[in-house]
Write a protein that binds this ligand. Structure first.
Ligand code: FES
Ligand code: FES
Length: 159
């Protein structure tokens, strides 16, 4: 049994036909071609599939696409504005907070969810916010530094 839904992703409404059991991760990647959202563990353990739904970081590998209908979905592709990277993306590059980059979309979105609520988090608050996002190759210190640098850039009057 297929269902017609409208998914609003990065500000664009997509009319889609999905099965009730289709996962948001698979719909984003396979139906919309938004490959920035990654499949890691498929079980809610790694955070590679993190997207924002109505501002909350969620694991899209555990979230049904039908449950996302009518909500605001943000993927890593929606972070840039006017062909400019988001300050968090700039900070990850400048801080050397990525190597293979597989975890990076999820890290960025969990960080954005944090900074939208708490523009000047402590190191411990950043660690808590990123506790569900695993990185196998960079280590976490540079990622924390990147979030701090991104937060500072977002707080600046120029942004
Ligand atoms: S792929 Fe979703 S948490 Fe790992
Ligand atoms: S940069 Fe490779 S998994 Fe994080």
């Amino acid at each position: 049994m297929s269902i017609e839904i409208n998914l609003r992703v990065n500000g664009i409404v997509y009319p889609l036909v999905v099965d009730p059991w289709d996962l948001l991760l698979n719909v984003l990647r396979d139906k919309l071609g938004l490959m920035g959202t990654k499949y890691g563990c498929g079980g809610g353990d790694c955070g590679a599939c993190t997207v924002l739904i109505d501002g909350q970081a969620v694991n899209s590998c555990l979230y049904l696409a039908v449950s996302a209908a009518g909500k605001e979905i943000l993927t890593v592709e929606g972070l840039e504005r006017d062909r400019k990277l988001h300050p968090l993306q700039q900070a990850f590059i400048q801080s050397g907070a990525l190597q293979c980059g597989y975890c990076t979309p999820g890290m960025l979105l969990s960080s954005k969810a944090l900074l939208d609520k708490n523009p000047d988090p402590t190191e411990d608050e950043i660690k808590v916010a990123l506790a569900g996002n695993l990185c196998r190759c960079t280590g976490y210190q540079k990622i924390i530094e990147a979030v701090q640098a991104g937060a500072k850039a977002l707080r600046s009057p120029q942004y």
